[in-house]
Design a protein around this ligand. Structure first.
Ligand code: PGA
Length: 264
């Protein structure tokens, strides 16, 4: 099947690097990560580094994402940064990452509000969903994913769902929580499930257009095995995205796969 969705390689830098180190990494990435048609490179530094990075990056090659955002536009919410404040600065926002759900007790309703707030401010969410190891062992995977997905999307129009990016993060496959290798057949089953749910609720066009990333632990060696899974449109990468060489290697893997998929 010819696939025409662009592949996204998104680097989630998490709470790593100060602004100077972040600037150095941006510099290295601009030297090493080549621009390819149909491969989108997204960088998600900490809030602090977003503004300088926005001035430093070549916007024809890289897009910025925040790692979070607060759903109210402004007000007395000490320490938070709103999507309204991120408007114009970032193209995407990572929302509902498992570290936020687990360490900061983010609920499905809060995540739904964030998804809505991002769209309201012209920011496309990279919505993370995923089950814990325990939930998988208990046979609750489908129920958990269904609940996380449908709640997060419930305030959106069909057109918004067409644009959204969903990152499937089996929590047990993230380096923070164990970093086990997910089986490609499991990932394929989940991506098909996500599209089927979206199709039932938002129609065939949304199911075909939205992008689904793999968000378990990958690097430049492992990524190919996940990118070639039908229905996977890229990767949300943590640790390996802190190395310019590895990030560039992942982008090259995506490019080669794109060529195969498009048959040119
Ligand atoms: P990791 O993180 O690549 O360091 O495992 C993945 C993620 O949190 O999305």
């Amino acid at each position: 099947m010819l696939q025409t969705r662009n592949i996204m390689i998104a680097g989630n830098w998490k709470m790593n690097m100060d602004v100077h180190q972040a600037s150095l990494l941006v510099h290295q990435l601009q030297q090493k990560a080549k621009k390819h048609q149909h491969v989108e490179m997204v960088l998600a530094p900490t809030f602090l580094a977003l503004q300088p990075a926005s001035l430093q990056i070549d916007r024809r090659r890289f897009r910025l994402a925040s790692q979070d955002g607060y759903p109210k536009d402004s007000g007395a919410f000490t320490g938070e940064v709103s999507f309204a404040q991120l408007r114009g600065l970032v193209h995407y926002s990572i929302i509902g990452h498992s570290e936020r759900r687990i360490y900061f007790n983010e609920t499905e309703e809060l995540i739904r509000d964030k998804v809505e707030a991002a769209f309201r401010n012209d920011i496309v969410p990279i919505l993370c969903i995923g089950e814990t190891k325990n939930e998988r062992q208990q046979g609750e995977t489908w129920q958990v994913l269904h609940s996380q997905l449908t709640t997060a999307l419930s305030g959106l129009t069909n057109v918004q769902v067409e644009q959204i990016v969903v990152a499937y993060e089996p929590i047990w496959a993230i380096s923070t929580f164990g970093g086990e290798l997910a089986k490609p057949s499991d990932v394929a089953a989940v991506t098909a499930f996500i599209r089927e749910q979206v199709k039932q609720l938002y129609g065939a066009k949304a199911a075909k257009t939205l992008r689904v990333l793999y968000g378990g632990s990958v690097d430049d060696q492992l990524i190919h095995g996940y990118l070639e899974i039908p229905g996977v449109d890229g990767a949300l990468v943590g640790g390996a995205s802190l190395s310019a060489d590895k990030f560039a290697g992942m982008v090259e893997a995506a490019y080669r796969l794109q060529i195969d998929r498009r048959g040119n």
